[in-house]
Design a protein around this ligand. Structure first.
Ligand SMILES: [Zn+2]
Length: 377
């Protein structure tokens, strides 16, 4: 099967390359905003919007008017326009809000360029990009497949990254003839029906505490600047702290991503059928006691990873209704014991007197219910 896969690396552009990256991001933003304004005006006057092609045909004259647009990667400008047209079509399909003007103060600054005729390539520990030439990058793994496009990004912390999207072929993984049930928890991240408990990445929790502390410091500095009538852009201490927070945040996100990737791959590799609760995160988020942990442990990101990896590698995900009382049923005798409060970690079945760990019992029930659904499908 052919799939799209993206790779993300940190890049280390030279001073000159940084200048050009900033310029390209600026020009892409200019093109986006220019055509967004034209689009809006046209709509006001005629009741009809524009199209990608009608804008694209005006791009050469815009370049003649503003000669500096010619200094940057021309595909990036086209991509920016494509991005605008796509946002409008999603807006008309009611899938998102109307596109808004881009600002140089937005958190993430990026531009996208497409592969044509070998303009993007990996050569040793450098990546070749249009106009930029060879940029040093930290090659943590090999890029396999046909490069489709690349996005150059500048994070609030001032670091540069590249995402490369490729098309590649994956082979199904060997069958293991085993199935597993997964209960997603709060104290532990996941509890498997084979008795394994996967704890929340301790490192992440420690880092998140640190992050919170630094965020509070940031708000204090913002308040301090406000009380002294200083514009935030000119408040040096605030700006310094802002970068510190951004760097920490990045680190936490990377750690979490890594943790979820490794865990999902491990589970997919070792099992053919994976049974899991159908999460209704929205419903759960209404319960404030649970909300914090859920965002912390990124359950939905984990389930998404399991789902696409199952598709790639020929494995199966079975989802159990979230109304299924997995924590009330005895996995030994099937007796329904009624509701247990969340904070109760273990209980004894009133039918067969088996003592259960709340979460392991639930994951066993999830597995049994999943296999029942699979058999009847
Ligand atoms: Zn029982």
């Amino acid at each position: 099967m052919f799939i799209h896969k993206s790779y993300r690396f940190r890049i280390y552009p030279t001073k000159k390359q940084i200048e050009l990256i900033k310029k390209t991001i600026g020009c892409s933003r200019f093109v986006f905003n220019h055509f967004l304004a034209t689009w809006k005006d046209t709509y006001k006057e005629t009741g009809k919007g524009l199209t990608y092609h009608s804008c694209s045909s005006k791009l050469p004259s815009l370049k003649n008017e503003y000669a500096w647009l010619k200094e940057v990667d021309s595909i990036a400008l086209q991509s920016s326009l494509r991005n605008l047209a796509d946002s409008f079509s999603r807006f008309f399909k009611k899938q998102n809000k109307a596109p808004r003007f881009k600002s140089k103060n937005n958190n993430v600054q990026s531009y996208k360029t497409k592969y044509t005729n070998g303009n993007i390539a990996i050569i040793g520990n450098k990546i070749k990009l249009p106009k930029l030439g060879l940029v040093r990058f930290s090659k943590s793994r090999d890029v396999e497949g046909r490069i489709l496009h690349a996005t150059v990004r500048r994070n609030p912390s001032g670091k540069y990254f590249i995402s490369i999207l490729v098309e590649t072929e994956v082979q199904p993984l060997d069958k293991t003839e085993t199935s597993i049930g997964i209960d997603l928890g709060i104290t532990d991240f996941a509890i498997l029906s084979d008795g394994h408990k996967i704890d929340n990445n301790k490192f992440t929790i420690k880092m998140e505490k640190k992050l919170k502390k630094e965020q509070r410091k940031l708000s204090r500095r913002a308040l301090h600047a406000k009380n002294n009538g200083i514009n935030l852009l000119d408040a040096k201490n605030y700006q310094k702290q802002k970068i510190k927070v951004a760097r920490l945040h990045e680190k936490v996100m990377n750690q979490r991503e890594d943790f979820l990737n490794k865990l999902s791959t491990e589970i997919i590799k070792n099992h053919d059928v994976i049974c899991i609760e159908d999460l209704n995160t929205k419903g759960m988020l209404r319960n404030h006691k649970l909300a914090k942990s859920i965002s912390d442990v990124s359950w939905s990101a984990f389930v998404m990873k399991l789902e696409y990896k199952a598709k790639w590698y020929g494995k199966q995900i079975v989802k159990i209704s979230r109304w299924y009382p997995s924590s009330q049923i005895c996995s030994e005798c099937g007796h329904q014991n009624g509701k247990n409060p969340l904070e109760m970690r273990g209980w004894t079945c009133s039918g067969c007197h088996e003592h259960h760990d709340r979460d392991i019992n639930a994951s066993k029930n999830i597995l049994a219910e999943g296999l029942r659904i699979q058999a009847s499908a």
